[in-house]
Write a protein that binds this ligand. Structure first.
Ligand code: DAH
Length: 428
């Protein structure tokens, strides 16, 4: 059977099992469907030998699983537990099969055997312990499936052993390298979802004429606060709300001013608004930039907070810039990002470096989602960088990138982004 015949066969058996699942109405018919599916998995594993087609097989398995699961919904709890248990076995079996087949040395094969089937702490052992917790009514059937899987795995492992023994056997063979043996496919990764979002944001804002500016993550008081019209007694400067650098306590700030206390020193920037100042100090108006990057705040990590997160900052300064411009840009921004004709609304707010300031919501799934803080650049800020507020006006906005990414993908916990769990990351 070649690979395309195999694929067709896969689809046929999936259709058969979906058909069969429609008739599930008691434990007997459920067990029959699970049995048929597991047989199919075993057969698929056989065919799979070296074809590298595990992804499509897993996809088909899941489709079959869904059909059985939907049918089992109407049955009792033990029946549903049985479906889950069988699914776990099947997935484990086919993945182990692939691991055994991919082993290129006896050492690697033995390591795989211990990891998967080791008597003490192999993964199969964990599945076996789950068996204990199952309801009495389904235990015999689940036990039988477990034993069959275990037997099959043993056979697969022995076959792999045989294969390796043959390939290294000196018996008249000089062939150590067989170019017809399929290679091992390296696992390809992809960009982190936050990076993907950042790239997309740059793209969208780029189309609106905004170029990208960068700024340092270690900042001084001037750029993080003073030039942004945040006075020394403002609570945003509280040492408890910022990561001040201990080593900076007795150094000279980059703006040339002596600093003698931790709260006068350098800090990890708490916002990307710092880059507004850095850009305006260096360029004459008109200015049209965005800046994207990490910011830091000593928040306790929970579902919506993390001590490090990402922001995108936008700044436009020119003659006759108004809030209407701000609103148009933010609406285009939100529409492009969410690929929808979204509405944007402003709520009054207070931010020291913009006047007036607003919080920006966009229409989202029947409600409103807050996406940004924004406003017209405060004249004090323009003066701080040497611009004349009588000549130019501007708008600025700041957006949390994690929040955007979570909204789009329905992610409910910000901590997921930073756990580096491939099972989470590979979904995006
Ligand atoms: N920097 C603000 C924050 O971190 C967000 C923000 C609000 C940025 C208003 C702006 C703005 O540019 O105009 O919460």
């Amino acid at each position: 059977m070649n690979i395309s015949e195999f694929q067709a066969d896969l689809e046929r058996s999936t259709a058969r099992i979906e058909e069969m699942s429609k008739g599930i109405n008691n434990m007997d018919s459920l067990q029959k469907a699970i049995g048929a599916k597991s047989d199919w998995v075993a057969q698929a594993a056989e065919q799979l030998a070296g074809s590298g087609g595990i992804d499509s097989v897993l996809r088909q398995i899941r489709q079959q699983e869904d059909a059985i699961k939907t049918a089992a919904e109407s049955l009792d709890r033990p029946a549903r537990a049985l479906v889950d248990f069988a699914a776990r076995l099947d997935e484990f079996a086919i993945k182990s099969q692939e691991v055994f087949q991919a082993a290129t040395s006896t050492v690697a094969l033995e390591a795989a055997r211990v990891k998967l089937m080791g008597a003490k702490s192999g993964q199969l052992k964990t599945i076996q312990s789950a068996l204990k917790g199952l309801d009495r009514t389904i235990k015999p059937f689940a036990g039988k499936r477990f034993n069959e899987t275990k037997k099959r795995l043993k056979l697969d492992q022995m076959a792999a052993q045989q294969r390796l023994a043959e390939s290294t056997a000196p018996a008249g063979a000089t062939l150590q390298f067989d170019p017809t043996v399929p290679g091992i496919r390296p696992r390809l990764g992809h960009l982190h979802p936050i990076t993907q979002t950042i790239e997309e944001l740059k793209d969208i804002m780029g189309r609106l004429g905004f170029t990208v500016a960068e700024g340092p993550e270690v900042e001084d008081q001037w750029h993080n606060f003073e030039a942004l019209n945040i006075s020394p007694e403002h609570p945003a400067r509280d040492p408890l709300d910022n990561f001040y650098l201990a080593t900076a306590a007795k150094t000279t700030g980059p703006n040339g001013k002596d600093t003698d206390a931790p709260d006068k020193g350098w800090l990890l920037r708490s916002q990307t608004s710092t880059v507004q100042i850095r850009v305006m100090e260096k360029t004459k108006p008109p200015v049209r930039v965005i800046s994207l990057g990490r910011v830091y705040r000593p928040d306790t990590a929970d579902a919506t907070h993390y001590p490090m997160f990402h922001q995108i900052e936008g700044l436009l300064v020119d003659t006759n810039v108004t809030m209407a411009d701000l609103k148009s840009v933010l609406r285009l921004f939100a529409s492009s990002l969410f690929e929808d004709n979204v509405h944007v609304r402003f709520r009054p707010s207070f931010v020291p470096f913009t006047e007036p300031s607003v919080e920006v919501d966009m229409s989202w799934q029947g409600g409103w989602m807050e996406i940004a803080g924004a406003g017209m650049v405060d004249p004090n800020v323009l003066r701080a960088v040497g611009y004349d507020p009588e000549e130019v006006t501007g708008f600025a906005f700041g957006v949390g990138i994690e929040r955007i990414c979570m909204g789009r993908h329905g992610i409910t916990d910000i901590r997921e982004f930073f756990k580096n769990d491939v099972r989470f990351l590979e979904q995006f």
